[in-house]
Design a protein around this ligand. Structure first.
Ligand code: CMC
Length: 430
């Protein structure tokens, strides 16, 4: 990080020199930490459109060029050559593992997949039709009630154990939530299987008959998890950092991130895309829905389009689009009309002046739901799938935040527009 200065003069001529920090790539940042002390004003940036909240060396995005890199490695290369488990190691440790390190890490994750048996009782308490995201966030939050002996945030070994537990156990919790929804018995994890194979068997196998894992399904899941693994300071990751900045236990911070992810403007969009495609029904209805999306008086938006950061294309969407074809060719003939409708909508929106002018391109969630559906995963589980992939990113950011020697509790300020001071009026006099 190099430092220059940015001079700021207030209307009454008071000068302040603010440091400008330059990272390895990407825009520089003006450090406004002393602005209030010297000028008596706060910065104001709703939605953090121009605000960097922290220093990080995990993930880099260039929204203009459609670039996404984990620890410096372009996501396209990781998608083509790596595996989700290797990407987890990379995000958590900063470097690609040697063969031995990868074996060791893979073994650690495979042997921490079981839940404390008591945690399974939670699923007996939830309603049979509870949304799996509600169960996921509740059960992950409850991990702090089971693993409190290794929750000292200042202990590096405890932080490692936490990271391994999150990556290893999230698929088990997710599968248990799904099994509750469909009234089938919970299937225990199998440590002889790879990460995604094991997840598929926990989701789809039943005790009564053998289950054959489809290698295309496992490959597609692995790719989706790689693409979702991290995305720098997005809403849920910032939530994890903010919750964790108070020193709260890390399981609570991850539970907060899961809750933030659930919203339709964030991870909930993949579920919303499918609901929208069903609502559209067939290609003849597309113009009507595109018109609704453009109408300022209509709250409807084309789900799966647009991104706060990507303004040319979402590189994850490009990779996933190809996988979408492959999966549908091999598994999902029944879904071909849905995919064709999606492609038609994509083409109409890409040609439309409104979408061009506002740089609204299909994002990762536009295609991921179609793949999940072809794999037989129900719509209500789509955001859970996103959470399983993203959990490692949240964990890497939480660890970076805790280990930062300059770390402070996150505590933004505000522009107050409420009543000025006024006197209390007793209830009988109002
Ligand atoms: N359909 C129609 N109009 C849109 C859309 C859309 N999907 N997205 C943005 N706009 C318009 C919006 O109305 C606004 O118009 P105007 O300037 O005239 O007021 C303009 O584009 C800018 O939108 P914004 O809401 O100010 O942009 P933002 O950066 O705050 O929001 C977004 C980004 C992703 C929340 C938004 O594009 C959106 O709601 N998209 C649909 C939901 C979605 O697909 N979310 C998944 C994001 S990718 C997965 C993830 O990382 O979570």
């Amino acid at each position: 990080m190099t430092t220059e200065a940015f001079r700021l003069t207030s209307p009454d001529g008071k000068e302040t020199e603010l440091p400008v920090h330059t990272g390895t790539v990407g825009p520089a940042v003006i450090d406004v930490g002393k602005l209030y002390k010297e000028q008596g004003v706060f910065t104001y940036d709703p939605g953090f459109v121009s605000t960097g909240s922290c220093e990080s060396d995990i993930t880099y995005i260039d929204g203009e060029q459609g670039v996404l890199m984990y620890r410096g490695y372009p996501v396209e290369q990781l998608a083509a050559h790596s595996s989700f488990i290797e990407v987890c190691y990379l995000l958590l440790n900063g470097e690609l593992p040697t063969a031995d390190e990868l074996d060791q890490f893979d073994h650690t994750i495979r042997t921490h997949t079981m839940l404390n048996e008591g945690m399974l009782n939670f699923f007996k308490g939830f309603r049979y039709d509870a949304h799996p995201m509600a169960m996921l966030s509740a059960v992950v939050g409850s991990m702090s009630a089971y693993y409190h002996d290794t929750m000292d945030v200042h202990n590096a070994e405890h932080r490692d154990i936490f990271a391994h537990r999150i990556v290893a156990k999230l698929p088990t919790i997710a599968a248990a939530a799904y099994k509750l929804n469909i009234g089938q018995p919970f299937m225990y994890p199998r440590n002889d299987l790879k990460y995604c194979e094991n997840f598929l068997q926990m989701l789809f196998s039943v005790p009564a008959e053998p289950y054959e894992i489809d290698p295309v399904a496992a490959e597609a899941l692995d790719l989706l998890f790689i693409l979702h693994a991290d995305h720098e300071q997005n809403c849920s990751t910032s939530t994890v950092r903010m919750a964790g900045s108070s020193g709260a236990n890390p399981y609570s911070a991850i539970a907060a991130g899961i809750s933030a992810l659930w919203g339709p403007a964030h991870g909930g969009a993949n579920e919303a895309v499918l609901k929208m495609l069903w609502e559209i029904g067939d290609a003849s209805q597309i113009p009507k829905f595109v018109a609704k999306a453009k109408d300022k008086d209509d709250a409807f938006r084309l789900m799966g389009f647009g991104h706060r950061v990507y303004k040319s294309f979402d590189p994850r969407a490009t990779i996933i689009r190809d996988m979408c074809h492959k999966v549908l060719n091999q598994l999902g003939h029944n879904d071909a009309p849905m995919f064709e409708l999606a492609l038609e909508l994509e083409q109409v929106a890409l040609r439309d002046e409104y979408f061009i002018e506002k740089n609204l391109y299909p994002n990762v969630d536009f295609y991921s739901g179609i793949i999940y559906r072809a794999l037989g995963i129900p719509t209500s589980m789509f955001t859970v799938m996103f959470a399983i992939g993203r959990a490692v990113g949240w964990t890497a950011h939480w660890r970076e935040m805790i280990a930062d020697p300059h770390g402070k509790i996150s505590r933004p300020r505000q522009l107050y527009t409420g009543a000025p001071e006024r006197n209390y009026v007793p209830v009988g006099e109002r």
